[in-house]
Design a protein around this ligand. Structure first.
Ligand code: TYD
Ligand code: MG
Length: 453
């Protein structure tokens, strides 16, 4: 009797192994190998789908290569263009990931409607009617948008050949499957094969492809990790489902910077660009409340004033609780240790809760000073003057460290009507005289003396 052959696929990188190992020998991930029957991955057809579009590549001298292809496809949405480094590049492949219900399908449908291009929007999750209802909420169509409700990649390519779109949107890559290989949609083998075909198609025809990707429970893009290496651009769409604000953030971009973010607000008629983010993330009239501090963070090239709220209270259980929303909790623990050791503030028997308002997450270390000030304000139950804002990183010995793009932060704070800007006394940049007062401090001990005289 013919014994069926078993192979093992790594869920992380998608590589094949003949035997089971605890650790993948390619990507070194532990416990990621899954058993698959060899017959189920047999490639049924030797013709690769995207071969229909294949053009032969010939070596060229670098000065003979035309860079016009890098022209950007700009859409009437400045947040989207900014995150993509100026616009979508023809022939590129872009992956957008986000939690369910965050608004990925809405964003992409809205982008297709705003583009004056021929677009094929393939949905494996919704029917054409459902998409039409959504598009009616969003607005008027500028170009030619074709909606296809399909999950089979062979059939998608058949329509691509007929329509010849400039942009193809796949919603989502986890719902697509190919007849060439078996396995259910969303499995590593299917995702790897379908994305491979789409990448080959994009590179050989110059059409741009946008893939929507689901996230797993732990926040990674479902499917093989190699998917992120294969595509040109990886963008995450994040936010808090309880808030209306959404942030589009580039995580990888072969054609631009990854430091840019785009901010949207979910409204009853789709996502609206947020042009004045600094005004919306601040709670109005908090002058009488303790535990609030304004931090000036840089998100990409934009200064963003964020409100940090802290609550310090007596620990009710044996182990004090620390919880943080929008700010790295390990960093919060570090700042609490610095406060205890360098400023003599007893926090080991206190619960500390921290929140950045508006459902925003920030990784900018220059928020450290605002976090520490909010904690101190709550600890002493003394409000901080609402005209003061903060920007500085804090080191382990309690020293205030310089931040980048100080001048930009200061002028934004000035524009928003702040009167005092607290930062480190170590400046690399030459700050020109401003109306705003710049308060320079070198240690967090000095901060207490200045703020809570
Ligand atoms: P959706 O784009 O389907 O999310 P995803 O594709 O990421 O799963 O949209 C999610 C939510 O957005 C949905 O719960 C309803 C809401 N929504 C609005 O609030 N306003 C709108 O105009 C639209 C189209 C959706
Ligand atoms: Mg969706």
């Amino acid at each position: 009797m013919n014994k069926e052959k078993i192979v093992f696929f790594c869920n992380n990188c998608g590589n094949e192994h003949a035997k089971w190992h605890g650790q993948c020998k390619y990507c070194k991930e532990w416990n990621s190998l899954k058993e698959v029957r060899k017959s189920s991955i047999k490639i049924k057809s030797q013709i690769e789908i995207a071969d229909y579009f294949k053009k032969e590549s010939i070596p060229l001298r670098i000065n003979e290569i035309n860079s016009e292809n890098l022209m950007r496809l700009r859409v009437n949405d400045s947040e989207w263009n900014r995150v993509l480094g100026g616009g979508l590049v023809p022939g590129s492949i872009c992956l957008i990931s986000g939690e369910p219900g965050i608004g990925k399908s809405t964003l992409l449908l809205q982008i297709s409607i705003k583009f004056d291009k021929r677009i094929l929007y393939v949905s494996g999750e919704e029917s054409q009617q459902q998409i039409k209802v959504r598009s009616d909420r969003i607005g008027e169509e500028l170009g030619e948008v074709f909606i296809l409700s399909e999950t089979e990649i062979e059939s998608v390519f058949k329509h691509i050949k007929k329509i010849n779109p400039e942009i193809v949107i796949i919603d989502s890559i986890q719902t697509l499957h190919s007849k060439r290989v078996e396995g259910s949609p969303g499995s590593v083998i299917q995702i790897r094969d379908c994305s491979n075909e789409l990448i080959k198609y994009a590179k050989s025809t110059g059409s741009a492809v946008i893939l929507i990707g689901h996230l797993t429970k732990d926040g990674n893009i479902a499917g093989p990790k190699v998917l992120e290496h294969m595509v040109d651009v990886v963008i995450s769409f994040e936010g808090d489902n309880n808030h209306a604000y959404r942030i589009l953030r580039a995580k990888k971009n072969r054609f631009g910077s990854t430091s840019e973010i785009g901010i949207y607000e979910m409204s009853s008629s789709g996502l609206k660009e947020v042009k004045n983010p600094n005004e919306i993330f601040l709670t109005l009239n908090n002058s009488k409340m303790s535990g609030h501090a304004i931090g000036v963070s840089m998100e990409g090239m934009r200064p963003l004033n964020l409100e940090v709220q802290a609550l310090v209270g007596k620990a009710v259980y044996g182990t004090p609780q620390r919880s943080s929303n929008g700010f790295n909790s390990k960093r919060l623990n570090m700042l609490l240790a610095v406060l205890e050791k360098r400023a003599g503030i007893q926090l080991s028997n206190k619960d500390v809760f921290l929140n950045i308002t508006g459902g925003i997450k920030s990784e900018d270390p220059s928020l450290d000073l605002a976090v520490v000030s909010a904690i101190l304000s709550s600890y002493h139950d003394t409000p901080i003057n609402e005209k003061i804002c903060f920007a500085s990183e804090i080191g382990l010995s309690g020293e205030l460290r310089p931040v980048i793009k100080l001048e930009k932060r200061i002028s934004e704070a000035e524009k928003l009507g702040y009167e005092v800007f607290v930062t480190s006394n170590f400046k690399k940049e030459n700050i020109k005289k401003n109306r705003i007062e710049i308060l320079e401090i070198n240690k967090i001990g000095g901060l207490m003396a200045k703020l809570f005289k």
